[in-house]
Write a protein that binds this ligand. Sequence first.
Ligand code: SF4
Length: 318
Amino acid sequence: MDNGSARPSLTILLADPRGFCAGVDRAILIVERALEQFGRPVYVRHEIVHNRFVVENLEKKGAIFVEELDEVPQGVPVVFSAHGVPKTVPAEAERRSLLYLDATCPLVSKVHAEAEHHFAAGRKILLIGHSGHPEVVGTMGQLPASAIVLIEDVQHAEMVELDADGDMAFITQTTLSVDDTAAIVDVLRRRFPDIVGPRREDICYATTNRQMAVKAVAVGADAILVVGAPNSSNSMRLVEVARSAGCPRAQLIQRARDIDWGFFDGVGRLGLTAGAAAPVVLVQEVIEASRLRFDVTIEEITVMREDVHFKLPRALNA
Ligand code: SF4
């Protein structure tokens, strides 16, 4: 009887935690509840979270994704994505009397509140983040244009010219590399010793934990696959962290169908993780596809148990 023993063996080191975070869970639930409560269609400004599979599933249920508010017709509800929006967006929704639901992750809203607090205290604000990412656009859009200076990397932190006598503060995007951000903060603290910042960076618990888990996996893996989208900051950082933690063969894939099986040549121990916007079913898909070619053993590497949940907006009768 063929018991599969002819297939080469493969140990999959499954990073834990991986995949959905509390902010992504909440954002998706907001769209689903809005569809139940208000009926089809519900408009969503920007991808609710950066994952095509999630977006396509919600489209099947009746969500319509647009990039700007002027694409939303009168009389239908609109949801703002988990990444947050500039203040002009809810202001415009109110001007048009649109019913809107804000799915901004509460941990992003916390950064917005920090920015407002520093601004009210008269501080110049440095935001550590990636230009053009919707979260950065949303955070910068909480304040007048000149209030926040974006710092993208260590070189920029070294070069930025600011009045060293003025009060200063830093805040960060929530989905950055913990190590890269620490290096940037070190430069800022050296150059501007009185700069005020959060006790730790604003990098969220989910980003931090997934990076810790992929580092633990990288130690024993010949190669690592990260399930996630190329526009997901969180997922891209996992690939970089895996590489810098000692596993240069780290690659991002969106679905099992994207796997180039040549990548598995010489791999006996494969690390597997997923960004915070990637559903668990996509990780399972990779495991099932691997089982067709290998005799697979799963080892879960747990670095942290997560138990974070966020409430839904009151308008959804949660
Ligand atoms: S990655 Fe972090 S900040 Fe982004 S939605 Fe998840 S919990 Fe919120």
